[in-house]
Ligand binder design. Structure first.
Ligand SMILES: Nc1nc2c(c(=O)[nH]1)N[C@H]1C(S)=C(S)[C@@H](COP(=O)(O)O)O[C@H]1N2
Ligand SMILES: [Mo]
Length: 353
């Protein structure tokens, strides 16, 4: 893993560790933390459900397992800061980590549907949003506070949104949110709150710093240190994105036919319709073969065989979704003060000799 920071722990794998695998092994799954990883005793841990509900609940691990059906969803998580390094090349993003392509990964999550728990509690007709709270304290927040976020009730009631206690068939590791985390497929990773202790049904989105102030797309001229709650565009559904996972950036290859592979992810309930690859800066494109995904919420792997010329070669990939939208060419037009949602054309440079 490439460790960006030890405390809080932030790390991503090299891109090649993600190549070709339907499920990312836990030891290659990126870690994104805003504070110290809490150590929670599952025996004393409880989940509180309150707010605009008919009946507040307090659930233990055993209650969750006994009272609700267990379901499994293969879902890709992607941090809003994934590929920030490409934006930083355009202009610096002070105070934020230069994530590469590896803040993206896919796991088989299992647990219970959030919708089932909300139905048991009886969410009121005035419910607009469902807020998640966790005990990890972030000193990056202003003022320092515990981590939280929210999603609209319409997404919260969808069957793919889980309260998960297992990842790839094993107990959810502590660093990934054990004993229980939210998994919000198709949405930025920030909404998949780890170490979940409280669910609050509300009329409005969460007032937590990471919902109200961070994870918002500000206009390029804004000063993020002065941006108050509610400014900018609140990030929710992921942007269409793709990347080249093999060969690695900077690889040395032989000229001639080479297999190029990668992933594409459409975001929310859209699907990937096409992936194109280019060796001439987008002058011409070859369509990649897109493999079937492990489910509607998982990334799609793609591959193409390209005839590499001698010399320094830039390989480019872009994806299209089912609405006909494509990834934009340049990170220069996407630059934003917090460095979120870089979905410009994916590029790796290789040397062929
Ligand atoms: N409690 C809590 N939940 C959290 C975070 C956090 O710092 N604290 N980070 C969020 C962000 S920004 C992302 S991208 C994902 C990362 O999940 P992972 O570390 O399991 O990859 O968790 C989200 N949930
Ligand atoms: Mo994130």
């Amino acid at each position: 893993m490439v460790v960006h920071e030890r405390e809080p722990f932030n790390a991503e794998p090299p891109r090649t560790a993600l190549a070709g695998l339907a499920e990312t092994p836990v030891d290659a799954f990126y870690s994104r933390n805003h504070g110290p990883v809490p150590d929670i005793d599952p025996a004393v841990w409880r989940l509180r459900v309150d707010g605009l509900v008919e009946k507040a609940l307090e659930l233990s691990s055993d209650d969750l397992r006994a009272r609700f059906d267990e379901v499994e969803v293969v879902a890709t998580l992607q941090c809003a800061g994934n590929r920030r390094a490409g934006l930083i090349e355009v202009r610096d993003v002070p105070g934020e980590t230069a994530w590469g392509p590896g803040a993206t990964a896919t796991a088989r999550w299992s647990g219970v549907r959030l919708a089932d728990v909300l139905t048991e509690a009886g969410a009121a007709p005035t419910a607009g949003h469902v807020a998640f709270a966790a005990p990890d304290v972030s000193r990056l927040a202003d003022p320092p506070q515990t981590y939280g976020g929210s999603i609209p009730i319409v997404k919260a009631l969808r069957p793919e949104v889980l309260l998960a206690w297992s990842m790839n068939g094993r107990a959810l590791p502590r660093v990934h949110g054990g004993p229980l985390r939210v998994v919000v497929p198709g949405w930025i990773g920030a909404r998949s709150v780890k170490w979940l202790t409280r669910i609050t049904v509300r009329a409005q989105p969460s007032g937590n710093y990471f919902q109200a102030t961070a994870y918002r797309m500000l206009p390029p001229e804004a000063d993020p240190s002065k941006a108050g709650p509610g400014e900018g565009i609140s990030l929710g559904p992921l942007a269409l994105n793709c990347d080249i996972l093999s060969p690695d950036d900077g690889a040395r290859l032989c000229p001639g036919p080479a297999k190029i592979t990668g992933y594409a992810l459409a975001g929310d309930d859209r699907t990937v319709a096409r992936v194109d690859v280019s060796l001439d800066a987008g002058g011409s494109w070859i369509q990649a073969e897109v493999a079937e995904a492990a489910g509607p919420w998982a990334w799609q792997h793609w591959s193409a065989t390209l005839d590499l010329p001698v010399g320094d070669v830039q390989i480019i990939a872009r994806a299209w979704d089912c609405t006909g939208a494509a990834m934009p060419e340049s990170p220069a037009h996407l630059w934003n003060p917090k460095g979120y949602a870089n979905n410009s054309w994916a590029r790796v440079r290789v040397r062929c000799a």
